[in-house]
Design a protein around this ligand. Structure first.
Ligand code: ATP
Ligand code: MG
Length: 458
């Protein structure tokens, strides 16, 4: 038995008992009160009807007739004259009846009859009194009595029922506690164990089939969380190992060339060559570290995007100009097509990185004599910017992964063509930070098309 089911069970028990006590008081007092007032009422009416008979025939045969009738019935009667003297009574009488009559001697009762003894636990009877009036003159009183044994029995039976119901509901609550622990808290316990395992780094969490209620949804969420954590951990491990691998190679070069440059028998020219390589390598390394740093910041969402309205034509034109020299060197033509009117709400500095990286790829992975095009289009809800090249293309097996960090199609080519495989991941992060989308299409030997779409309303 676990703590939560005990808590829930006790709560449930308290709740049921509370309801039961409430119901008990309501029903018990209600039922008992009606029953008692019914008894009193019928006693009063009986007294009144004797009184009426006596008013019509106030003589001793009628008196003894009434007394005889009451001796046979469950009720008792005492009849007094106007001085309070008893002139007739049934037999036997309830205990204390005569005393009550003495107590009320000389009292003038209302004609409709009065209750002179209410139901009380310690009294064994109830009583009423009806005055006898002939020609508006008080000639005596009819006192009626009734034993309360019946009422007490009824109340006792009522209590008995309520006790039984009470015991049943306690039993029911205990059963419920067990059921609760099985059906409600068991999945909770399993989830608790699962999260404990998760926090200890064990991701082999299997929560099994889930119901469709909130608990089931919680289970599904935990399962998703666990899978996601697992994936992230794996990704991080892979990322770290590829980073260390990436760093290893340039550092090896640096060390190697530094060793060679140190040798005294090298000519001045050779030494300069080696130093240039060292410089380039250091440059590349510093770029890598910068890119990684940027990605890390993009990942953590710790950077602020400072958007402003940008006229797309001059903006793109300006970026493309950076490539003029490189394009000429490689004899690649660039077509630029952008309506003057397009305006975008973007962070110009960060978005420049996107275009730079994409153009860099297009240039890097194209043969000389080919064409690159940069085209912007305004659609009803979005603006698209498309970069197309006629370069070497990307095999379809690699295409899904090119946005991953440090992913390159040709691992060995990296030193020659210079990339670390971070460009496209930076592109994706920045575009997504602008709530845009980036899509890539490519075929080996056919060239590559990258399309960025940005929503106009953000
Ligand atoms: N336009 C393209 N044509 C052919 N292949 C491409 C093109 N763009 C990207 N790729 C392939 O996708 C891989 C990932 O591109 P990405 O820009 O992320 O890395 P990179 O260019 O190798 O290095 P970096 O951009 O970090 O200098 C590249 O290594 C390349 O193989
Ligand atoms: Mg690149």
């Amino acid at each position: 038995m676990n703590r939560i089911s005990i808590k829930l069970g006790l709560l449930f028990l308290a709740f049921i008992l509370l309801i039961e006590i409430g119901l008990f008081f309501y029903l018990y007092t209600g039922l008992a009160d009606t029953r008692i007032s019914e008894e009193l009422e019928s006693l009063r009416l009986r007294g009144n009807s004797h009184r009426e008979v006596l008013e019509k025939h106030h003589d001793s045969p009628t008196l003894s007739h009434v007394a005889l009738m009451e001796s046979e019935a469950e009720t008792d009667v005492i009849i007094t004259d106007k001085t309070g003297k008893v002139i007739g009574s049934s037999h036997p009488l309830v205990k204390g009846a005569r005393k009550t009559v003495e107590q009320w001697e000389g009292h003038s009762f209302r004609y409709r009859g009065e209750i002179i003894q209410e139901y009380q636990k310690e009294k064994s009877y109830i009583a009423t009194a009806s005055p006898i009036k002939i020609n508006d003159e008080n000639v005596g009183t009819v006192y009626m009595f009734k034993n309360t044994k019946d009422i007490q029995d009824m109340i006792f039976r009522l209590q008995h029922h309520f006790y039984i119901v009470g015991i049943i509901s306690v039993l029911f609550s205990i059963i419920t506690v067990f059921a609760l622990s099985k059906f409600i808290t068991l999945p909770l316990i399993r989830m608790k164990q699962a999260t404990q395992k998760l926090s200890q780094g064990d991701f082999s969490v299997k929560l099994g089939a889930h119901s469709r209620d909130e608990l089931g949804q919680l289970g599904t969420s935990i399962q998703t969380l666990s899978n996601e954590l697992h994936r992230l951990k794996q990704e991080r491990n892979e990322f770290l190992s590829s980073i260390s691998h990436e760093l290893q190679t340039p550092l090896m070069y640096l060390k190697g060339y530094a060793d060679v440059a140190k040798r005294s028998f090298n000519s001045e020219e050779e030494r300069n060559n080696h130093l240039t390589i060292i410089q380039e390598e250091a440059q590349r390394l510093s770029q890598l570290v910068k890119d990684l740093f940027q990605l890390a910041r993009l990942d953590q969402h710790t950077f602020l995007i400072q958007k402003q309205n940008v006229k797309l034509y001059p903006y793109l034109h300006n970026i493309i100009q950076h490539f003029d020299l490189a394009l000429k060197e490689k004899d690649i033509q660039l077509q630029f097509d952008c309506p003057q009117a397009i305006e975008l709400y973007i962070d110009p500095e960060r978005f420049q990185q996107v275009i730079l990286n994409l153009l860099d790829n297009a240039l890097k992975y194209s043969e000389s004599g080919t064409q690159i095009s940069v085209r912007a289009r305004e659609l009803p809800t979005k603006v698209t910017i498309t970069l197309r090249d006629q370069g070497i293309g990307i095999p379809s097996t690699d295409l899904p992964y090119v946005f991953d960090k440090l992913y390159r199609v040709e691992k060995s080519r990296s030193r020659k063509s210079g990339g670390y495989g971070l460009g496209l991941s930076i592109v994706k992060e920045i575009v997504e930070a602008h709530e845009g989308e980036v899509a890539i299409k490519s075929g080996v030997g056919k060239g590559t098309t990258v399309e960025i779409s940005l929503r106009k309303d953000v």
